[in-house]
Structures are given as structure tokens and as C-alpha cells.
Design a protein around this ligand. Structure first.
Ligand SMILES: *Cc1c(COP(=O)(O)O)cnc(C)c1O
Length: 419
């Protein structure tokens, strides 16, 4: 897929803008995205599906900035959401609610009501209990809920256990063997309209085989349902296509669809996809500045101003992310652990990296456009980083850096006790 960053003699650029100048002008830590890269990654899916009725629902949780959603909405994207917060973002960004699918294991009645009122494409229902609540909520609003059941095909996605979701032992979905019963139950409900089936087996998949295995199981279910007179309008195979962080060679959307589409030959159902990471990860970076270099005899540390609260993937998933100086330096090369200011040993961005750097240098953490800013927090009372979008020769601030005022917003002292 399209990587937003280009290197000229060791100096890094996004769409022709030097990252050094972005860091100098907007400060660090900061997130920087490329509009062209986001668009190009989305269009790669659209092109691969040109000959098939389809709906590409970008998984909002990967990067939910409203300018990112707006970019995708303008290209005709649908959206996969997991909360009413994400729904409001999609609406604010000009997204079409009739192209929204609502995933998640714990939707509340309040969330269901809002989604029913704006007329989303469908609810991806994950349990029989959720189906009951959705039916009664829809009845109370005098509306009908379009439903797909998220089934668990029991396929091993061969990815990190925290982001593998399609095995029996995971909390997600309905056991595919029990699905026909639940569909029959749904068919009897007054305010439920069955429209599809969905699955999502995990994230950062670099192999096509698990996707194919999952779809084969889904198709067996679709045929079984047809015999029960339950017909579906769409088949949603979720997201999960991996990206290159280090040396991975993930399939392109075109490779992926070339393996999937033959299985759908002669079938009229619309194909729905929910890609997240593969659209935004390599469309963005995080910039950070070296504050100090420190050596304890055995190890060298580059202490930077970005931390696990800004980017948690290395700490949470032992994720490997590339990190490089934004400008080529003549400093001596050493092996460094790149660590942040947070008071946790798990606070690192990278370990054992060979870098030629000095205090004050800016570093670029690559592939940070997905599951980056969205997972950030205020831990250690650190204001959250800004987000910037490069579009040709323009740089837009799409989220301001939080101020100390923002940080304290909403907190209250207790009333002063009177004696
Ligand atoms: C997270 C998620 C996605 C997106 O996964 P990526 O790996 O980012 O493509 C899609 N669908 C569901 C249900 C998800 O939970």
C-alpha cells in the first residue's frame, strides 16, 4: 500500500513537505497524516471491487479524526462504527448514515436508538441477548432494525493474541454452528429485518488463507440459511488486512480480492468490507524530539518527548514500529532504546535501534496513522498531541494540541469544608 513518507538523501517528506519543518512549526509530539495516502489506500479497495456490488465501510476506530472521515466520505466510503461517539463523528464529517454498519459486543439501548433514528445500514449483532434488546428498542421507536449476525467462524488468524478475534475462545460473535438457530429466532421478531452476515477474524493479517477459510465457512452458512428460507442481501467479511511495519509482505487489496471474488461467483449478495489499519496506518507518522541521550554503561537511551500515552502499540502489543531521524545527521551511530517520559518501564517506542542522533533531533515514528492518536490518553497528565493533515502544499491542523486548560476541563474541587 501507499506509504506517505518519502526519503531524499535521508531527509523525510510527506507530499513534498519536509517533516523537519512540520516539527519546527507545530512542535512535538505530533501526528501527521497524508490526505493523498489515505485516499489512495481507499481507492485501492474500490478499484479491486470495480466489478462487484460492494460497500467499503472504513473502520472508524483505526483513526477517527473527522477530517480523516471527511476525506473518506467524499470518496463514497461507508463506515464501521463501534459506539455512538463514532456515529456522531461520521455524521459531523458528512458521512452517509445509510452506509454505516454498527459493530461491537456491548451496544446500549441509547446507542441503538440513535442509530435507528438516523437510519444506519445495519447492526452487526453479536449475541442473542443483544438481538432481544435491539428488537424491543426498535419496537419502542416504531422502527425496524436491519440486522446482520456477527458469526465466529473459528478460524485462526495467526496474528497477535490481543488482535485475534475469530477463535471460539474470543468474546466476539456468535458460534457459527449456533447461528442458524439465532437467525430463525431473529426471523420471528417483529422489529428485526435480517439483511446479512458478518465476521471479523482479527487484525494485521499478512496471509490471505485465513480470510478465504472464514469466507468459505460463511458461505456454507448462507446456503444453510437459504434452505431455511432466510435470504441475505450482503456478506461482510470484516477488516483486518495487515500493513508493512517492518519486513511484512501483506497482500494488496487487489491480491486479497483476487482470492475472495472467485468464491462469490454467481452470488448476488453485496460484498461488505471493514478495513481500518490498511487505509490509515501507513498514511501517517508521529513526530517526536530527542530530549536527552543517556547511557547506563550497558544500554543507550534516547529519551524523547513522545510516550506510551501518545502511542501505546509498542507497550501494549510489543509492536515493532520503524523510527528514523527526520533529517540525516552526521552523529555517531549507536544502538538506542527510544523511551518516553512516562513513569513506566513499559514506556518505550522502540528498542535496540541503530540511530545516528543528538539531543534536539526530531524523529519520525512510521506507520502511526492507525491505532495511534485514537488510543492516546492523558496518563501522567500529558496533554494530547495535535493532528495535522498534509494535502498537497497545505498543512491543516485537524486537531489542536491540548492545552493545560483542556487537560483540567470538567474537573471540580470538593466544596471547602466549613467548621
Ligand atoms: C477493528 C475492527 C475492524 C478493522 O480492523 P483493521 O485491522 O483495522 O482493518 C473491522 N471490523 C471490526 C468488527 C473491528 O472490530
Amino acid at each position: 500500500m501507499y506509504n506517505a513518507v518519502t526519503s531524499q538523501n535521508g531527509n523525510l517528506f510527506i507530499e513534498g513537505t519536509a517533516l523537519e519543518s512540520i516539527a519546527t512549526q507545530f512542535g512535538t509530539p505530533s501526528y501527521v497524516y497524508s490526505k493523498a495516502a489515505i485516499s489512495s489506500n481507499f481507492l485501492a479497495y474500490q478499484t479491486a471491487l470495480a466489478d462487484k456490488e460492494h460497500l467499503i465501510c472504513y473502520a472508524v476506530k483505526a483513526n477517527s479524526n473527522i477530517a480523516v472521515l471527511q476525506t473518506l466520505a467524499e470518496l463514497g466510503a461507508g463506515f464501521d462504527i463501534v459506539s455512538s461517539g463514532e456515529l456522531e463523528r461520521v455524521l459531523r464529517a458528512g458521512g452517509d448514515p445509510s452506509k454505516v454498519v454498527f459493530s461491537g459486543v456491548a451496544k446500549t439501548a441509547v446507542e441503538m436508538r440513535r442509530a435507528l433514528e438516523v437510519g444506519i445500514h445495519c447492526f452487526n449483532v453479536e449475541s442473542e441477548a443483544e438481538l432481544e434488546l435491539l428488537n424491543s428498542t426498535a419496537a419502542a421507536c416504531d422502527l425496524t432494525a436491519a440486522v446482520s449476525l456477527r458469526v465466529n467462524p473459528d478460524v485462526d488468524a495467526q496474528t497477535h493474541p490481543y488482535i485475534s478475534t475469530g477463535l471460539k475462545e474470543n468474546k466476539f460473535g456468535i458460534d457459527i454452528n449456533l447461528a442458524p438457530q439465532v437467525y430463525q429466532r431473529a426471523a420471528q421478531m417483529s422489529h428485526i429485518n435480517i439483511v446479512g452476515v458478518d465476521c471479523h477474524i482479527g487484525s494485521q493479517l499478512v496471509d490471505i488463507a485465513p480470510f478465504v477459510a472464514a469466507l468459505e465457512r460463511l458461505l456454507m452458512l448462507v446456503d444453510e440459511l437459504a434452505e431455511l428460507n432466510i435470504s441475505l442481501q450482503h456478506i461482510d467479511i470484516g477488516g483486518g488486512l495487515g500493513v508493512r511495519y517492518e519486513t511484512e509482505e501483506p497482500p494488496t487489496p487487489n491480491d486479497y480480492m483476487s482470492a475472495i471474488l472467485p468464491l462469490l461467483n454467481g452470488r448476488s449478495e453485496t460484498l461488505v468490507l471493514e478495513p481500518g489499519r490498511s487505509i490509515t496506518a501507513n498514511a501517517g507518522v508521529m513526530l517526536t524530539q530527542v530530549q536527552y541521550l543517556k547511557s547506563n554503561g550497558e544500554k543507550n537511551f534516547a529519551i524523547v518527548d513522545g510516550a506510551m500515552n501518545d502511542m501505546i502499540r509498542p507497550a501494549l502489543y510489543q509492536a515493532w514500529m520503524d523510527i528514523q531521524p527526520v533529517t540525516a545527521r552526521s552523529a555517531e551511530t549507536h544502538s538506542y532504546d527510544v523511551v518516553g517520559p512516562v513513569c513506566e518501564t513499559g514506556d518505550f517506542l522502540a528498542k535496540d535501534r541503530s540511530l545516528a542522533i543528538s539531543a534536539g533531533d526530531y524523529l519520525c515514528l512510521f506507520s502511526a496513522g492507525a491505532y495511534g492518536f485514537v488510543m492516546s490518553s492523558n496518563y501522567n497528565s500529558r496533554p494530547r498531541a495535535p493532528e495535522l493533515m498534509i494535502d498537497g502544499d497545505q498543512v491543516h491542523v485537524i486537531r489542536q494540541r491540548e492545552s493545560l486548560e483542556d487537560l483540567l476541563n470538567g474537573e471540580q474541587l470538593l466544596p471547602v469544608a466549613r467548621g
